[in-house]
Design a protein around this ligand. Structure first.
Ligand code: B16
Ligand code: MG
Length: 216
């Protein structure tokens, strides 16, 4: 068998293209204070790559607390999102992580199709605010998928939208759930972070600055 010919690249958003975790933290922290729930940056790590409602459940589990009704939970999530959107509305190109733009430009020059595979329902706004939207052929975000990573749905949908077989796609991910989802989809997984934290990835990079399409 010859070397696999990859034709598509699928990028996670938070932690790969931009660092929105700090804004998620500030917005969740404000809600936690109002509900008198202790919530630290360490706790925030558990929310990375997790959907909005699942994140709220984790936050509520940190308090010694009453059960809230479904409508109360909806209101908490809406309030958090209102604050989060206020933060991301102020984002600009200066928040793009190192190596991202050269990588996207290089992939475009080589005719590689590019998709987003994110759990965030706010992904289009973030790509638009940072000027990254124009690099993407297809977007798959929290509005399109029912099953969260490590389920492969988000990446399989990305390959399908690009019209490519899953095994010709490369996924860029900073979470273990995301790397594991990429492998379950039959794709090549580039882990952005330490090997010890991302055991499912095929290779590991500190940032996209170190990435070379030719070496995979
Ligand atoms: P939203 P990713 C994820 O983005 C974040 O890592 C996670 O912390 C967040 O809860 C989730 O999006 C949903 O975000 O509330 O904007 O829909 O890493 O999958 O790009
Ligand atoms: Mg991520």
């Amino acid at each position: 068998m010859g070397k696999q010919i990859y034709q598509g690249a699928i990028f996670d958003l938070d932690g790969v293209l931009v660092d929105t975790a700090k804004y998620h933290f500030l917005a969740w922290q404000a809600l936690a204070e109002e509900l008198e729930i202790p919530f630290s940056e360490h706790d925030n790590e558990r929310l990375k790559g997790v959907s909005r409602m699942a994140s709220l459940e984790i936050l509520l589990s940190l308090g010694n607390n009453p059960t809230y009704s479904a409508s109360e939970k909806e209101a908490f999530a809406a309030l958090k999102n209102e604050r989060y959107v206020a933060y991301i509305s102020e984002m600009d190109a200066s928040e793009i992580l190192t190596g991202v733009k050269p990588t996207l430009e290089n992939l475009r020059e080589q005719g590689i199709r590019i998709a987003l595979g994110s759990a965030s329902k706010n992904a289009p706004l973030i790509l638009e605010r940072t000027g990254l939207l124009r690099y993407f052929d297809e977007l798959v975000d929290g509005n399109d998928v029912a099953k969260a990573k490590p389920d492969p749905e988000v990446f399989l949908r990305g390959a399908e939208k690009m019209g490519l077989p899953p095994e010709t796609c490369v996924v860029f991910e900073d979470s273990e759930a995301g790397c594991s989802a990429a492998k379950a989809a039959g794709m090549y997984a580039v882990g952005i972070g330490k090997a010890a934290n991302l055991p499912s990835a095929d290779e590991h990079l500190a940032s996209l600055e170190a990435f070379s399409w030719k070496e995979i």
